[in-house]
Design a protein around this ligand. Structure first.
Ligand SMILES: *Cc1c(COP(=O)(O)O)cnc(C)c1O
Length: 366
């Protein structure tokens, strides 16, 4: 990021963009030519998706089981859509049958789901949603903010039309950019969109003119942030995408084994958990804020608490990007267990020992 800043129409900048496109296509699991970074944070990517693909007066189904689904709902309303929410408690996920039933019944124009719901720690699969969406001719938007660069997404296989993410979570990059990918089908739809778009900055047709086509000035891209994203994608390529997914998976499993050995339970059912964001439940009688304050004061470890309906009920513990390592998991478990015990929690067993056993098994398997 300390490299000299070239102009926003410099040939070198477009070279960087084209490398970024290739890296993002791999991370997203897509061949979509229209894959780029929006000059905004993850929420800007969300607004880009909604503003372009949700028309005023159209029907927008949101699969709602966490905070970020609420934000999608709010954006849908502000852009004039009739929003139909399919609700589940935070941390639960939709079955294939539930997803299909809602979509066939509502016949929406656009559908959104959050692939990795950071507020609850749950992974929402998009396969059934996308298959049913095809049957009714709806476009599908996927929020991949906490999965990109850390968990497999398989945009093309799943059949997602529009996906966005951020730079600062699984990508381990400074915040400021929103990696986005749009299917050829969605771009075709955009050309036939009836109503004028109610956004200028996030108008994908104008952005296409800047990044993909005529290279016409639209806004001054934050060049330095693009360098950072380029570098983050290089790191992913050096590690190998599959190795990176495996690393996140292994560290998640070791962490879960650790907290379960201590006597905690996970909020999300096995098989639906994010590898990047773990939500063990706060044990009965323990004040999560005090535990978090101890971790911060004594070890400089920052973990988050639950909020909304999960306030005081879960811890939210990020293990993503460069922070998903064996050393970090062991260090965290030891400090976490000590902090819980200092607040009166009686552990069942050693978190560190259980995690070590997972690593030893993984080493044998490898
Ligand atoms: C963080 C997050 C966002 C918002 O991203 P910002 O970069 O904070 O704007 C959107 N969706 C999900 C699932 C997130 O975790």
């Amino acid at each position: 990021m300390a490299k000299p800043i070239v102009g926003h129409l410099d040939a070198f900048f477009f070279e960087v963009c084209s490398e970024i496109r290739a890296g993002l296509q791999a991370a997203y699991g897509t061949a979509n030519p229209f894959t780029l970074a929006i000059s905004a944070t993850g929420s800007g990517g969300m607004e880009t998706a909604v503003a372009n693909f949700v028309e005023p007066g159209s029907k927008f189904v949101v699969f709602a089981n966490g905070f970020f689904c609420d934000r999608l709902t709010e954006m849908g309303k502000r852009h004039g859509a009739t929003v139909v929410r399919c609700e589940k408690p935070w941390g639960e996920t939709f079955t294939d049958e539930e997803a299909r039933e809602v979509i066939l019944r509502e016949k929406p124009n656009t559908i959104a789901f959050v692939h990795a719901e950071t507020s609850a720690g749950a992974l929402n699969s998009g396969y059934a949603i996308c298959a049913a969406a095809r049957e009714v001719g709806a476009l599908v938007i996927a929020d991949c903010v906490t999965s990109l660069g850390a968990m497999p997404i398989n945009i093309d296989e799943m059949g997602v039309d529009v996906a966005y993410s951020c730079s600062q979570k699984g990508m381990s990059c400074p915040p400021g950019l929103s990696p986005m990918t749009v299917s050829p089908r969605a771009l075709e739809w955009l050309k036939t969109r009836q109503s004028p778009k109610d956004t200028w900055y996030f108008d994908l047709s104008l952005l296409a003119d800047y990044f993909e086509g005529a290279r016409r000035y639209h806004h001054t891209a934050p060049i330095t942030s693009f360098y950072a994203l380029y570098e983050a994608l290089q790191s992913i390529e050096e590690e190998g995408l599959q190795n990176r997914f495996d690393r996140h998976h292994r560290n998640h499993l070791a962490f879960v084994a650790g907290v379960e050995a201590m006597g905690l339970t996970m909020h999300v059912a096995e098989g639906h958990r994010l590898w990047t964001l773990n939500t063990p439940r706060v044990p009965e009688g323990i004040d999560d804020l005090k535990v978090r304050q101890r971790l911060m004061a004594q070890h400089g470890i920052e973990i988050a608490g639950g909020f909304g309906p999960l306030a005081g009920k879960v811890f939210r513990i990020g293990l993503m990007g460069v922070l998903s390592t064996e050393a970090d998991v062991l260090f965290l478990l030891e400090a976490f267990q000590a902090a819980l015990e200092a607040e009166g929690f009686v552990s069942k067993g050693s978190g560190v020992e259980a995690a070590r056993a997972v690593y030893a098994e993984a080493a044998v398997a490898a």
